[in-house]
Design a binder for this molecule. Structure first.
Ligand code: SF4
Length: 426
């Protein structure tokens, strides 16, 4: 006898198509001169990053900020940890302005932020946002006055703040008091639950205190960073229900290489799909010599592959298999992706909308023509044993067959022509 509840075809649940609507939040504004970046509200999810230069080395920092901004970082955070770093900030700002890089700078403060913001007013003015870690503002009786001093600077210079809690530097007094209260419960929560609650309370209580000290609530952004995927999901799901502040998402210490990319993508993918997250940072440990901008590419690709934003034309490429014994197709896919990325700083200004273009580079006849037809422009290279010809499809129609040694160059010309014809040159 058949059981209708086990029958997959009976009344299948209607699953949502695409991400849930974005959680409703306040909207903060992070600005430098004419470059105004909104966070939260109806703004798109923003991409940001952080330098790893010594901020006191103003030139090296300005160069790295410029590179991160050119790669697409909409805000760049810099460490402000010493008087020398604070003194360098206005100079870094000046250098960037001279290069017409108006990316807002965020000052990352720990321990001595209250003093630096007071002693270096030009630094306080040159920054567009302050990151305050409530676990590192000061201990005991010093905590509140030092926190108030930072809020005073934010109010005086009209700067937004991020209250950035991190489980590695969680407010120990708060944690101890939550642990004591937990121990007295008839059924105490697990250590993980207590940690999550402490992170959230630290962020919420600090925001409440900032407002008490005069901070405009519309200029507060919250984050609670942890280093494990499931913890991050649990923290942000909970936090998203308990406040309407915009949220900065990121795994802290995500790690190196593929591990850092995968864990950041897994954690942020779940949250973004649920409409949680207003700005993201992918904290990758760069491989020695690798460019810092990789974290921007990963952040953009998370958002673009999820259909949340478009940054650069995407190349769809098959993985290749036993039917592709030469490297031609891999090289073509890699070359065209790097060409498209290289062109974007120009095309962004001259050919608006091009970032949504799809290009397919496929390895053989099995899925090549089919996938190519679904892309704006697609090429299907010959697999082993196939006729050495590469049909090119434009908007689903076969327009040309490329042959010979110059397939890559000729394909690039077709891409350029398509861009010029379809994305009105400004
Ligand atoms: S399209 Fe062809 S080459 Fe690419 S994975 Fe499929 S069968 Fe292999």
């Amino acid at each position: 006898m058949s059981n209708s509840s086990n029958n997959p075809s009976s009344n299948p649940p209607k699953l949502p198509l695409g991400p849930e609507p974005k959680r409703s939040t306040r909207q903060a504004t992070v600005a430098w001169k004419t470059n105004i970046i909104t966070i939260g509200g109806d703004a798109p999810v923003r991409v940001q990053s952080m330098t790893n230069t010594d901020t006191a080395d103003a030139i090296a920092t300005a160069i790295q900020v410029k590179e991160l901004a050119r790669a697409g970082s909409e805000m760049v955070r810099i460490t402000v940890d010493t008087p020398a770093a604070a003194a360098a900030v206005p100079y870094i700002r000046e250098q960037l302005d001279k290069m017409d890089v108006l990316v807002p700078l965020i000052g990352d403060f720990h321990y001595n932020g209250h003093t630096l913001l007071k002693d270096y007013p030009e630094c306080a003015k040159a920054l567009s946002k302050y990151r305050i870690n409530p676990g590192n503002v000061g201990k005991g009786a010093k905590r509140d006055p030092q926190f108030a001093q930072m809020i005073e600077a934010a109010c005086q210079y009209d700067k937004p703040i991020r209250i950035g809690v991190n489980w590695g530097s969680l407010d120990q007094d708060l944690l101890a008091s939550i642990m004591d209260a937990n121990a007295a419960l008839p059924v105490p929560k697990t250590a993980q639950e207590v940690m999550i609650e402490a992170l959230i309370q630290s962020a919420l209580q600090s925001a409440e205190k900032a407002v008490e000290f005069g901070m405009n609530p519309n200029q507060i952004i919250l984050s609670c960073k942890v280093s494990k995927v499931q913890d991050l999901v649990a923290v942000y799901r909970d936090l998203s229900h308990r406040s309407d502040y915009p949220l900065h998402l990121g795994l802290t210490e995500a790690g190196m290489g593929s591990k850092g990319i995968v864990s950041s993508t897994a954690a942020m993918g779940i949250l973004l799909q649920e409409g949680i997250g207003d700005t993201i940072r992918v904290s990758l440990t760069p491989d020695p010599g690798a460019p810092r901008e990789n974290e921007i590419i990963v952040a953009q690709e998370i958002l673009q592959t999820m259909g949340l934003r478009n940054f650069t034309p995407m190349v769809i490429a098959c993985p290749g298999c036993g039917r592709t014994t030469s490297t031609t197709f891999q090289e073509l896919a890699a070359n065209i992706q790097s060409y498209l990325r290289q062109q974007m700083p120009i095309w962004k200004k001259t050919h608006p909308g091009v970032e949504a273009m799809n290009v397919a580079v496929m390895g053989c006849i099995v899925n090549g023509p089919g996938e190519s037809k679904h892309a704006n422009i697609g090429i299907s290279l010959p697999g082993t044993g196939e006729t050495p010809a590469a049909p090119v499809f434009v908007d689903g129609v076969k327009v040309k067959t490329l042959r010979g040694d110059n397939i890559a160059q000729e394909f690039q010309v077709i891409v350029d022509e398509y861009v010029n014809q379809h994305y009105a040159p400004k």
